[in-house]
Ligand binder design. Structure first.
Ligand code: UT7
Length: 360
């Protein structure tokens, strides 16, 4: 059966680290409160030259190297984001320009924190109709540009970053050498990736790839988590009028309750639909918003903690980027072997939520 298969992953994070101690000096908060209520210790904040499109491009380059394909081979670039550099052109078009992926068409998709899951599902639909397509799927955000840095309810939660993956049909040949256009460190990256690749026996190619998803939305609840106004290009946070710009508004406890219930429900439904039991899962990568939400999902599924991927402590909530960043980390750590069952699930503004199942 034809289905999308991930053949390379990559991620990119801004260099600046903002820790809880620094936040203690900015708003009335404490490291103890942030850690115990959210699990977050640090987050990354984008600076000059680290706009959403730049982070997305850097993540995409790493994914291309691992996939062993060149930018010119890409047919489509999809970016899940709520913080594009500007309203028009799309972030995806800017990535296409940066990569010189001149054959690819490109568009953004706004599903808030579920943006990557939605985009992966769209990519799968294209690939089912033409398995030769090579699609770059990215989740990228610079939420720090849209946070009210005087609102302790939200500013401690969010961070910036990007994750990407290359997908193509599960029956295509994979892993040719990287060619032109990937930058100076392409060869080094490729060598590192080859070293880390596991040689565990793989499952039958026909069984591998994107098995399916259950995706949902409920616009009735939009007010509980929203961001008004047009996006801007990394506004200077020190500017006096910064807070006059629209920023993220969230009714945290309400969102928390919905997130726990909705993600558990989506996960149950996709497992039932695919005939997979929780015990068969090798790894679950949930949206990284709050360690307590992640733990309640783990408890709901009765999954041992080591099967639940967590990096919210390092990067906070990077919206559409949390899952692809975590996926890239898990992949490079060798936590995924051919044939492993991987579950992704998300919840975000809209509301949007869902779960998808992949046989690696
Ligand atoms: O990515 C999209 C999905 N987003 C999410 O899933 C986020 C879901 N929500 C959450 O993660 C949590 O609701 C939060 C982390 C946002 C808040 O945690 P909470 O345990 O629900 O706290 P709360 O909002 O009920 O606030 C409890 C107290 C309040 O004080 P009072 O009224 O009890 O005196 C808040 O004012 O904590 C206070 N508070 C803080 N205190 C210190 C809120 N933010 C802070 C802070 N530092 N940063």
């Amino acid at each position: 059966m034809n289905r999308a298969m991930i053949i390379g992953t990559g991620s990119a994070l801004p260099t600046r680290v903002l820790d809880n101690a620094e936040l203690e000096r900015m708003v009335e908060t404490t490291d103890e409160w942030i850690t115990s209520r959210t699990g977050i210790k640090t987050r990354r904040i984008a600076g000059a030259g680290e706009e959403t499109s730049k982070l997305a491009t850097a993540a995409a380059r790493r994914a291309l190297v691992m996939a062993g394909i060149t930018p010119i081979e890409l047919d489509l670039i999809l970016v899940g984001t709520i913080t594009p550099d500007m309203t028009m052109p799309s972030c995806a078009c800017l990535v296409q320009k940066e990569l010189k992926a001149t054959r690819a068409f490109a568009f953004d998709l706004n599903a808030a924190c579920s943006g990557f899951l939605y985009a992966l599902d769209v990519a799968d639909k294209y690939i089912r109709s033409d398995p030769k397509l090579k699609i770059m799927v990215i989740g990228a955000e610079t939420l720090s540009t849209r946070v009210d840095w005087q609102d302790r309810n939200t500013c401690v939660l969010f961070g910036d970053g990007a994750g990407a993956c290359v997908v193509t049909g599960n029956h295509q040949r994979h892993g040719s050498d990287p060619g032109e256009g990937l930058g100076d460190d392409a060869g080094k990256d490729k060598a590192e990736d080859d070293q880390k690749k596991e040689t565990r026996p793989g499952a039958d190619e026909d069984e591998r790839g994107y098995l399916g998803a259950k995706l949902y939305a409920d616009g009735n609840l939009w007010e509980l988590l929203h961001l008004e106004g047009a996006p801007g290009r990394n506004p200077d946070l020190s500017r006096a009028d910064h807070n006059s710009e629209p920023s993220i508004k969230m009714y945290g406890p309400e969102v928390f309750r919905h997130a726990v219930r909705a993600m558990a429900d989506a996960v149950d439904k996709v497992l039932i639909e695919q005939g997979v039991s929780v015990k068969q899962l090798c790894l679950i990568i949930p949206h990284q918003a709050n360690i307590r939400i992640i733990h309640s999902l783990g408890e709901h599924l009765a999954l041992p903690l080591e099967k639940v991927y967590v990096n919210v402590d390092k990067y906070g909530n990077t919206s559409a980027a949390t899952i692809p960043i975590a996926l890239d980390e898990a992949n490079r750590q060798g936590r995924l072997a051919a044939g492993d069952l991987l579950l992704l699930c998300s919840f975000g503004g809209g509301f949007t939520w869902g779960a998808s199942l992949i046989r690696w």
